[in-house]
Design a binder for this molecule. Structure first.
Ligand code: 1HE
Length: 269
């Protein structure tokens, strides 16, 4: 499948640390600071939020990748020494807002991982909904070695993928997981040969963009929240979300299409 990419226009085109293109209903957002291994300075983290909040109407899914040899080297350490304790708290809260704009934004995000996915890079990846790792991917949390702690939401999101014990191991001992271990532990849902991540991500994002918008909304917004609730509370929220989704015209049309034999069947992979 060959996709036609159009450069984004307007505000999105002005974000100089990102490269943003549109392929039909899928936006491709690329971290574009390869000389610094896509290390995230304040400007870049804010541009990421601006991009996600301002995706054009009609975009139903996004692919997030990194330009160059690595997905992302994490926080730009050259900015770290300048901060007071109070500024550090605000900086962490800034990241939390940006990571929320990924996880709880308008559209599901498929990230394409390769090379280093470390520190804040792993925090970004774990804020996306589907992670496709290429064979070169490795995951680390060097905060422990740098004398700091995760500040971009990693302590909330990474243990939900790999468990507290694994994250503690990565931070205390500097353990680095390779792409295969990352797949086994849930850091990625897909592992593909080197160079095939974008193709896989666009295939998945294309499917996601075809879903009914309220189904995607429910998976993004309700599912992780229900997982954090007690079972009775979660089931109550599930009932509300299910009724809202079912009541939408898109659901009625899709169910009717299946009953009229106009829709595809579920087949083995
Ligand atoms: C950087 C950064 C960075 C590279 N901040 N400048 N993250 C880390 O502790 C990871 C630190 N980086 C590395 O371990 C390596 O750079 C990599 C394994 C990612 C890549 O290695 P390599 O050999 O391909 O590149 P390089 O030669 O190390 O780096 C190229 C340039 O990028 C170089 O700058 P130059 O001016 O000398 O060319 C590096 O200094 C620069 N660079 N990574 C600043 N991270 C919200 S809280 C999150 C807390 C964290 O993320 S802590 C983890 C930080």
């Amino acid at each position: 499948m060959s996709l036609q990419f159009q450069p984004a226009e307007g505000l999105l085109a002005q974000l100089d640390l990102l490269k943003i293109e549109l392929a039909g209903p899928v936006a491709h957002v690329r971290l574009n600071r390869p000389a610094k291994r896509n290390a995230i300075n304040d400007a870049l983290v804010q541009q990421l939020q601006t991009a996600m909040v301002n995706l054009p109407k009609g975009v139903g899914a996004a692919v997030l990748s990194g330009e160059g040899e690595h997905f992302c080297a994490g926080l730009d350490l050259s900015e770290l020494s300048e901060r007071s304790v109070a500024e550090g708290i605000h900086h962490s809260r800034l990241w939390h807002g940006v990571m929320d704009s990924l996880q709880f934004g308008r559209v599901p995000i498929v990230s394409v991982l390769h090379g280093a996915v470390v520190g804040g890079g792993l925090e970004i990846a774990s804020s996306t909904h589907i992670r496709v790792a290429e064979a070169s991917t490795y995951y680390g949390l060097p905060e422990g070695q740098r004398g700091i702690f995760v500040g971009g939401g990693g302590s909330a999101r990474v243990p939900r993928l790999v468990g507290v014990a694994c994250m503690a191991d990565m931070m205390l001992t500097g353990r680095v997981l390779d792409a295969q271990e990352g797949l086994q532990r849930g850091l990625s849902q897909y592992l593909v040969p080197e160079g095939q991540g974008l193709a896989k991500a666009f295939e998945l994002a294309g499917k996601i963009a075809q879903n009914a918008p309220l189904s995607n909304f429910a998976v993004m917004q309700a599912l992780p929240r229900i997982a954090d609730l007690s079972q009775p509370d979660g089931l109550f929220v599930e009932s509300l979300m299910a009724a809202i989704a079912q009541g939408d015209d898109a659901a009625k049309e899709r169910v009717r299409a299946f009953l009229d034999k106009r829709a595809g069947k579920v087949k083995p992979a």
